[in-house]
Ligand binder design. Sequence first.
Ligand code: MN
Ligand code: MN
Length: 415
Amino acid sequence: MDDLSRRKLLALGAVGGAVVAAGSANAATFGNPDQPAEGAINSTPGALSNPGPQNTALEAQLPSFQNPPATDVGSMPMMWSSFNIMPKRIQAGGWARQITATEFPASTAVSGVNMRLGPNGVREMHWHLAGEWALMTNGRCRVTMLDQQGRAYVQDVGAGDLWFFPAGCPHSLQGLGPEGAEFLLVFDDAFQSEYNTLLLTDWIAHTPPDILARNFGVPADVFKNIPLHDLWIFQGKEPPALAVDQAAVASGGTPPEPFTFSLTATKPVKENASGRVQLADSRNFKVSKTIAAAIETIKPGGLRQMHWHPNADEWQYWIKGQGRMTVFNTGPRAQTIDFRPGDLGVVPKSQGHYIENTGDEEVQMLVVFKAPEYQEVDLSDWLTHAPPELVAQHLNIDPAVLARFPKGQLGIQPG
Ligand code: MN
Ligand code: MN
């Protein structure tokens, strides 16, 4: 009798000694563990049909919700959301859409904004309570910032680059020609809204003219043409060359560490034929003290291995390709979710997860953690660094076979 049949028999014994035919709805088997059994393989065509009202286009985006694997069990909070279903705020010069904890309650650590600035479009000079981290996804953008010691930073960034503006540090963004810019903002506060920031124009318009005159040491009528309503995003003029802007702000000194960083130019921390992981946290992007991030690239057929993160929730932004993630928690609970470009996912701290590339092209996803450093525990790494006989007793696996499990955090396994 092979191992699998023996375990099947033992499992059958556990249901009170009743004789149940293998494969029937009551048999807990390998790949079908639960009592009562869950999943389509335990049902009938009549019961599986779905004759009621439905939007098949929408349902087709999340096939694993329509037909979860038999190993999924229990209920979990909704860990999927998407910029694709969020309303845009559109103004001359650009647009934005956002997902805070109000729209996505599972995201308890950070909020996200997807913003587009056309050529020379300006996100108004502003500041806010949360720290702002960003990933450029398209085009080029000029960022300006003043740090806590009054030192200015001006830089141009392109696709794959990051910026980090510490909480309260004032800043601006401008899309550069000819393509403009698109980027993802991540705030280190789940409730920070891009529609609720401290705006330069709002403050100036809501300060008495005589105070403006005294504050800036000029006559009050200098301010007679100020906008009375805020700009937020507006169509600006083409900025001068970067060196000109940098020279214009240099008198206060230069910050010792850059507030921008090229994530996609870093050497991968994990890489093999099936994909790679590139990392930016406070160890290499020194100013990013509250946000750690990685870009995971998974080739077709690849599997991002079973792992978890002991120090923070994982917040995902799906950039390219399509995939499927399964999350595991106590209970037991397990849920499988599908993702496409523009979607967000959340994995709470220390909950196990793995990701399959389910499409024909490369998956690229950004994972963000509200933490100073990226941390990961890999299941295979643990099982190959625990006493083999101990592991063998847990899983009924020959210790000699255990030795073939991947050692070290390889990250991505081939299909
Ligand atoms: Mn901002
Ligand atoms: Mn992860």
